[in-house]
Design a protein. Sequence first.
Length: 351
Amino acid sequence: MTGRSFSSVQLQSFVSCLFAFAALHLVACEKLIHPSLEPFAAYQLIPPAAIIKEGLNARFFGATTIQIDDGETTILIDGFFSRPGLPQLLFTNIEPNEARIGAALEKVSKPAAVLVAHSHYDHAMDAAVVAQRTGAVLYGTNSTANIGNGYSKWTEKRIEIPKHGEVRHFRRFSVQFLESPHSPDFWFSGEITHPLKSPVSVSDYREGRNFSFVLRHQLGTILIHPSANYSPCLFKDVKADVVFLSIGLLGKQSEAFAREYWQHVVRATGAKLVIPIHWDDLTRPLDKPLLPMPYLVDDFNAAMEFVLGMAKADGIHVRLMPLFEPINVMDTIKQLSELHHAGQPEVLKNR
Ligand SMILES: [Zn+2]
């Protein structure tokens, strides 16, 4: 999509950023690194709900890894569970962590499909392992397919490379794949042009192109937008009930950019609920609580304040998701709408 190539200048800037982050880890206490240690205390969380057979359910696994199911069919976005720590990212090659993937998959219903947004390690690194273990079909770009092609333990590979705009059906779900630009000024652009055999450097997980996913179901429509950038008019024919909205690096963008982002992704789709994703520190394993990205890398609070301000003006609800616990998407929207119209505090109950 971009045609850009990863340059030594970009590598230097990435490495110096990581080293600065590492130095901070060594010399500072966690409070300095993570300005908001309790994001759920400051921002409202959707309470867990029992999975309803006839409902649209979602579970969040940090970053952009989300399970969507209707009690019958499960679709997994990205499926990234390894979350290598900073020393591994800095000083070693990285590869899927089978133990962490196995532990996380105990919480995931068997997916029909793993949909991968793009081929950076924090989206695509584990997808082939997840597909191999669960029997799911892997959907992604040519670059993502090359991550699957390089995974030699996967003997019965099922990899699909949808085109922009293409729709695939999974029982009562249809999924539309829409190419959307990656968040600006990121590292490791370009394509993975050959089967990628891990362990490899984090920089070998090149972006490829980037997908957003529209999941349509008789119960509602979910837009999953895993990278914080926009294409004007991309969603002109999409009406969504909820947007899982990446706020990764949004806090470091200009307000003008953020306003356009909101306009072309949230307002354009008419969503009633925004669930921010890609906000947590990816170097922390999933057996620890989620914390926001460190300020040096991203400004979580700035992004949240922006999103909350725009949402309030537009009459849209914003909620974070709990880790692992299932929520019912349409019931959440219904409850929030009822509370809003009743003029009551919009505090969701676990029901
Ligand atoms: Zn990325």
